[in-house]
Design a protein around this ligand. Sequence first.
Ligand SMILES: C[S@@+](CC[C@H](N)C(=O)[O-])C[C@H]1O[C@@H](n2cnc3c(N)ncnc32)[C@H](O)[C@@H]1O
Length: 301
Amino acid sequence: MSPLRTARNESALRIVLLFIAQLLCVDASHSQTQFNPRFKAEVSRQETIYRSEGDHVPDGYTVDRSLANYVDALSSGFDESLAALGPGDRWLDIGAGKGQAILDYFTVNYDLSHLEGRERRGKKAQAVAMSIEDRRTADWRLSAANVGANQLQYLFNRRLREYSLDELGQFQVITDVIGGFSYTADLTLFMEKVTRFLATGGSFYTVLQDVRAEAGGNQPYYKDAPFLTEIANDTGGEVKICAWLKSISCVQATCESKKGWRPPLEAFHVQKVCDEVNVPALTPLHYEAGTPPERRFVLKN
Ligand SMILES: C[S@@+](CC[C@H](N)C(=O)[O-])C[C@H]1O[C@@H](n2cnc3c(N)ncnc32)[C@H](O)[C@@H]1O
């Protein structure tokens, strides 16, 4: 399995002190965080990782996971949800990299290994890959030419938050495997957008590495380092990512610890059940570029 996280050099003590200091001035920090030089420098370092090519792509920046990797990483219902999509349905993969998972979906092998529902699936759902940088390959162009540009789309040069509902429309299935959900500095806006682009009844499947599991008990994977993504409440208490997702109105969220991944993965399935979605707001406190970045947020009161 590829290395999924870059080495980090901050000492645990420095991190804890910074976190406490940030918590103490959380109100003022919302605007400061986005504009302070350190935050801006990290966001720009992250941009360099996105745009890296050839030998400059960091080891941990994996952009070619297969559909089998997605099935392995995402919640157990994902394979079935995807196979159940028909020609009138749509699948969005946020942070698609080279779009390998989507390419695998359009192969004959996919149908051979998903015989059930094959007739109904017909020529399959429309699939949209989204990436900040353009990582389309010759394989992608060939498949797009074969199945038709309308069936297979690759969107790049913009982040999820920069798309409107009018432009993108809605999807029955949205996936994100170490894409925007792992990389964004604004988790609230990210989830607001995801739930807007989900059709009612539709499912968002995603993962995070190295976070406190729903069942608790696990420790950060790297010695003397914090979890990769952390949320605290305004008194400094820990809020699990799973609990935050479950607190979004009009969705049903389930969380699953995945075995065999190093660092460990927590998989999330968020199903939209009605339209009045309200995402409890998180203030970004800390962002350190990486593959993926290290992030901390505070839940606004
Ligand atoms: C590490 S790659 C993962 C690629 C693919 N999912 C895989 O597993 O091989 C991260 C991808 O997320 C994209 N990404 C990061 N933040 C994003 C955002 N806010 N909106 C859209 N794409 C984003 C990057 O451009 C890149 O395509």
